[in-house]
Design a protein around this ligand. Sequence first.
Ligand SMILES: [Zn+2]
Length: 383
Amino acid sequence: MSWDNIIGLEREKSILQRAIISNRIAQSYLFYGNEGIGKKAMALEFAKTINCQSPIVDENSIYACDKCPSCMEMNNLSHPNLHLIYSIPAGKASDAKSDNPFAKLDEKQITEIQEELKVFSEDKYHKFMITGSHNIKIDQIRDIKRKVSLTSGAAGKSFVIIFNAEEMTREAANGFLKTLEEPTENTHIILIVQQREMLLNTILSRTQQIYFEDLTIDEIKNGLVSRYQIDEQKAKLIAVLSNGSFTSAQNYAKNQFTDLRIELIEIFRTALKKGAYKSDLLDKINLIIKENDSKQIISALLLFELWLRDAYSYIKTNSEDKIINLDQTESIRKFANYFTTFDYFKAIEIIENSIISIKKNVNIQLILVNLYLSLRRLVYKFC
Ligand SMILES: [Zn+2]
């Protein structure tokens, strides 16, 4: 992965490239900004570029070659100069005296970590998460200090990258602070957090802070099109829903929820039928519940909401320019022209309340039946 494979973040890339070219690499960095925009990918790219054996350099940019042994090891996370710290589960208390924090974990937990690292090495936008882990503990900090001191004689520069640094326990954070106060030569630290306020001021003041901006809709859209070969309309729709996070966008793209969106709209049509509709409605809802989990249903409901917003904007502007569900333009236009007095705001409120109920684990079948019956009442104005 060269810099070009990191989506957007041009300003952030150029700050880091300039630091390398001018040989002013800070001892410690803090990368902060929302989840899923590429902070980890950037930290790894930075470490890789600095350690590359034959980087491609011009006046304003420096690229890792992505071919040398160092680049290969950085890409698959096995480089001896690369030290990742992330939350791991507490593990068994019986082995609590061991120096190695991983020795306390059972085989299943170790396997999960290995698998998670493998997935992450192949996709740096993957949301890295180990089941049951909430804290970075002091023994992990000690462990890394030991490893760093062992590799300090090696070629290149060592990087300690801390994922979700706010998950350091107070003890770990204080232990870590000592590392910042007594820097090891040729070792750099990158702390990654969403909100910097979550870290001790004493840590913040010792880092060079770089804010990572949310990705734009176009950046996410283009990233999806080039990586997943999905069509532009679908990619734009997902981009709008992803709130600047490429990780979310990927999850949406992989879950293929956009098709569920069409099913939900189809059910809406069923609910609006004159004559007998109830058993058909129930069958369709049951099928959806059988084939999708609550997260997928919530995502699709958000899209359904967006479909209604599209219809509303079509009525207000009398133009299709603002429609996000571009593949649905025809059905949006038909609906808007036919149900001219539909209360869109009330409908959106009904969907939002349904989403809240699903999050609270209320019976999904009941929620969806109520949702569609409420929308039907809204259309035909009877109670
Ligand atoms: Zn290289």
